[in-house]
Design a protein around this ligand. Structure first.
Ligand code: TRP
Length: 507
């Protein structure tokens, strides 16, 4: 099928280029610090059971849906939903808007902390007390979310670097920017991670750490929260509900292996998490041994793990400890950047599809907005804002969007029709189970997840924040982005979105 007139869509140069970019988007900060922590908290090795169930029941079916949708409609997420029905265009806008003007704003700030720590690592600059260093000297955390305090100049400075890199990569285009960057980033990431993991597992005490990581405590599986953690982690880690995979798949050539690629992307991402966990836990085991502390005392929550516990451990390492630190933070920066660029691309593609703006101008304006928008998270109240916005956008935003994705594709476009498209060139056949997953199982599970988060939220407001802060910063972030999405969706298209749809003569 030839491209419709007037529609020139970029394409991946190579198939591996697409896979690396998709894996690059999936592997991010979440794999390195969130996954190991969740394992530890939720029954060690036993957590792998709900995690893999979530991967196969929700993760892979949704990945196939997003990749299939982008491939079929040859468009960014809003264009793809608009091709199904104009009534659903807002859904595509909403996801890319709240990720671009929400998740990626604070995500880039966390990458910029990593940039700072990368430089501190050369001289182990986090002092003898990394806890006080991180919260009091580096972030200078204020008293509460409404006490903004001053801008943290070191963070603003590195945020500028992060957005410059985001801009540079996406500005250079799909082949010369994203594809090329990921072809360098991904092998490098694997190499550096392997280096750290092999270094760590040979440290004294590493075994005890690994035992905690992998020893299954099956009794934890009766706790519903363990299951909720597994499902929401699968979502975030696979970049599902972000609109990213839809966009990336729209740059695939006509003959593509949608089912096989979706498996490869999802499974590689999860194996990477498990692999990185070996490094994290070995180091914590080593630290527990050298400081003769209980293991539980050295493990901390996500941010604490990367910026407090880890620096503490690095300082006590025998041998080239600075090198270890430098590599560890380099890994975080690379993993983070390859995820951040994916949403910048998804949003750029959405604007170009709809308004036919010049791509380079869109990327430049968006990068500037991203930098400016991130500044709120670089104030002394940044940590609170980050925590609240993250909670609402990932626990509610992504899940709501995914439920709608299932309804729109499963029931309105029809799952069987999408499956027929996917099957067209596939060597791996997709059976009827997928229709059932997309139409019934996935939305029901996600609905239950949403419902229980909501009940929890009402019973006990998140964190120790005031309700006012949660409403103004968290909930309203979702509501305003929704209004913006509806507003943008209301404008008319230069070229009808359905024009770009791939049609098979015999289908
Ligand atoms: N999957 C990433 C992780 O595990 C998160 C992520 C993917 C992301 N794409 C993104 C975050 C775009 C911000 C913007 O960390």
């Amino acid at each position: 099928m030839v491209q419709p007139l007037g529609h020139h869509r970029p394409q991946w140069k190579t198939h591996i280029g697409f896979l690396l970019a998709a894996v690059g988007s999936a592997i991010g900060l979440g794999n390195i610090w969130r996954f190991p922590y969740l394992c530890y908290k939720n029954g060690g090795g036993a957590f792998l059971i709900p995690y893999f169930i979530a991967l196969f029941v929700v993760g892979i079916p949704l990945m196939i849906l997003e990749v299939g949708l982008g491939h079929k409609m040859r468009g960014s997420s809003p264009a793809s939903f608009a091709s199904i029905s104009k009534k659903w265009e807002w859904l595509g806008w909403w996801q890319v808007i709240f990720v671009m003007f929400g998740i990626v704003l604070y995500y880039s700030v966390v990458i910029s902390w990593c940039v700072n720590f990368f430089f501190y690592a050369f001289k182990l600059g986090w002092t003898q007390d990394p806890n006080a260093f991180f919260f009091q000297k580096f972030l200078m955390v204020s008293k509460g979310p409404f006490d903004l305090g001053d801008l943290r100049t070191p963070i603003v400075f590195s945020l500028l670097i992060v957005w410059f890199l985001n801009w540079l990569i996406v500005f250079s285009g799909v082949q010369k920017g994203l594809e090329r960057a990921n072809k360098i980033f991904m092998p490098l990431l694997l190499l550096l991670t392997a280096f750290i993991v092999f270094w760590s597992v040979r440290l004294p005490g590493a075994k005890s750490g690994l035992l905690v990581y992998l020893k299954p405590d099956f009794s934890r599986l009766s706790d519903i929260r363990v299951w909720m953690d597994a499902f929401s982690q699968i979502f975030f880690t696979l970049s599902l509900g972000f609109g990213i995979m839809i966009t990336y798949a729209s740059y695939l050539p006509h003959k593509s292996q949608i089912v096989r690629d979706s498996f490869i992307i999802s499974v590689t991402n999860c194996l990477f998490s498990i692999f990185a966990g070996f490094g994290v836990f070995s180091v914590l085991g080593y630290m527990a041994q050298t400081t003769s502390k209980e293991f539980g005392d050295v493990v901390t929550q996500s941010i604490g793990l990367a910026f407090v516990a880890y620096p503490k451990a690095i300082s006590t390492l025998p041998g080239f400890s600075a090198l270890f630190g430098v590599i560890f933070f380099a890994i975080l920066v690379i993993a983070g950047l390859s995820s951040a660029i994916s949403i910048l691309e998804a949003f750029t593609s959405a604007l170009v599809d709809k308004f036919h703006y010049r791509r380079k101008i869109v990327v430049s304006v968006l990068s500037l907005c991203g930098f400016l928008g991130g500044i709120i998270f670089a104030t002394q109240a940044g940590l609170y804002w980050l925590d609240i916005v993250d909670h609402f956008l990932t626990q509610y935003g992504l899940v709501i969007v995914a439920i709608f994705e299932c309804i729109v594709v499963g029931w309105i476009f029809k799952a069987t029709r999408m499956r027929a498209h996917i099957a067209h060139f596939s060597v791996w056949h997709l059976k009827r189970w997928w229709d059932v997953a997309i139409k019934v199982v996935t939305p029901l599970i996600l609905g239950a997840l949403l419902f229980s988060s909501f009940i929890d939220e009402i019973a006990k407001p998140y964190g120790d924040y005031s309700r006012l802060a949660l409403i103004l910063i968290g909930r309203d972030w979702l509501i305003y982005t929704l209004f913006l999405a509806i507003f943008v969706a209301y404008h008319s298209w230069k070229i009808e979105p359905s024009e770009r749809m791939l049609k098979h003569p015999e289908a």
